[in-house]
Design a protein around this ligand. Structure first.
Ligand code: 9MR
Length: 365
């Protein structure tokens, strides 16, 4: 990726979006009536509650090892969010490490946790090129065998969780940044129709779950998001049961956050699709300083506002909430601090910005 200077226009764009949010006061605020939520508890309400007032779910990815071992982590995951996504435990290598032997327990635990805390669950993820079990990647399967294996995987997993999953990330990261389809085991052996098949199979197993295609670097209008738009347009024309597009939202303060997120999401909205920000985090080159923290807050805010300005954007999910368990340092050397709370669970500027954006958006509904 080419390094760019952070564009001054990101701040301008954020201010413009905030102005747009303010420009349409709700009947309640215009008439001076108190918010329907009653007394103003904006400062103390959970993110999930603020999101509810703004018309979206606020979710987090959940690390099941942390949930079991770390009480503050569990308290925050239970109390601040209205939806959860398993960070790893619904992926193929986790649920079927040995062929034909399922290991549902960690994912079942998350579903039970969500139910106990009145949260919805985003299922993640059924068809991906990564985190596949060794028996699958090293097996020398024919195309017909692989198709049967994929069909069975989708059917068994969606059936197991039937009725418990709000949105499934059916297909994850199917595109390259130039808009061509990623050369995965699925594309190589099954051809591009594996995508339509996956959605049909998932729908057969749980007709009520909302089915998503999910990817990164599709926040703004670009070659990749446009290729995805073309694909979902074709899928809809073929009556393939696809409901939504997930924009992951893995950003980096070294690069400008796209300022056309709402414009991009509206293209999907116009097709009758839902959208969601599914994996938001904003990494920072270390060491962190205040300027970077502010840039991070602005990037989170830009992502969230893109969702809030889109009629059928259903949720904004952060990819973990504390830096203690972030995937970022292990993958991007010299970067980190990507989450909204620090390692001591103290809120960063990004956390405050999200709360303010949600409160502002609630007033215009
Ligand atoms: O956060 C996940 C990390 O714990 C795993 O090691 C990694 C394996 O590839 O996957 C991470 O989650 C990814 C998500 O499933 C799909 N989008 C990118 C996420 C970050 O890599």
């Amino acid at each position: 990726m080419i390094k760019k200077h952070r564009a001054l226009c990101t701040g301008v764009a954020a201010a413009a979006v905030a102005a747009a949010l303010l420009a349409v006061p709700s009947a309640a605020t215009a008439s001076g009536q108190p918010h329907p939520g009653g007394a103003d508890d904006t400062a103390t309400a959970s993110l999930g509650r603020l999101g509810e007032r703004a018309g979206i779910r606020i979710g987090t990815a959940v690390d099941m090892a942390a949930l079991a071992a770390d009480t503050p982590y569990r308290t925050e995951a239970a109390g601040d969010f209205s939806s959860v996504t398993p960070e790893n435990v619904m992926k193929w290598e986790s649920v079927e490490p040995t062929r034909g032997t399922y290991a549902w327990a960690p994912a079942d635990d998350l579903v039970a946790f969500a139910r106990a805390n009145h949260q919805l669950v985003r299922g993640h993820t059924l068809v991906w090129h990564s985190q596949l079990p060794g028996w699958l990647t090293s097996g020398d399967f024919t195309a017909d065998q692989l198709r049967d294996i994929l069909h069975r995987h989708i059917t068994d997993e969606v059936t197991h969780f039937k009725g418990s999953i709000w949105q499934w990330d059916v297909v994850n990261e199917a595109f390259n940044d130039d808009g061509t389809l990623r050369n995965t085991i699925w594309l190589q052996k099954l051809g591009p129709d594996y995508i339509a098949d996956a959605f049909r199979w998932a729908h057969q197993a749980d007709p009520k779950a909302k089915l998503y295609i999910n990817d990164y670097n599709i926040e703004g209008v670009n070659a990749k998001s446009t290729a995805l738009l073309d694909l979902v347009t074709r899928l809809r024309a073929q009556h393939v049961p696809i409901d939504g597009v997930g924009v992951q939202g893995h950003l980096d303060t070294q690069y400008p956050a796209p300022h056309d997120i709402a414009d991009n999401l509206r293209r999907f909205d116009d097709l009758g699709l839902e959208t969601a920000v599914t994996e938001a985090d904003v990494r920072i080159p270390l060491p962190v300083d205040n300027t970077e923290r502010e840039a991070q807050a602005e990037a989170y805010s830009t992502l969230l506002q893109g969702c809030l300005l889109t009629a059928h954007c259903t949720d904004f999910t952060v990819w973990g909430f504390t830096d203690t368990y972030s995937w970022v340092p292990g993958v991007f050397g010299g970067e980190g601090s990507a989450n909204i709370l620090d390692t001591d669970y103290r809120p960063k500027a990004a956390y405050t910005a999200i709360r303010q954006d949600l409160a502002l958006a609630a007033h215009r509904r």
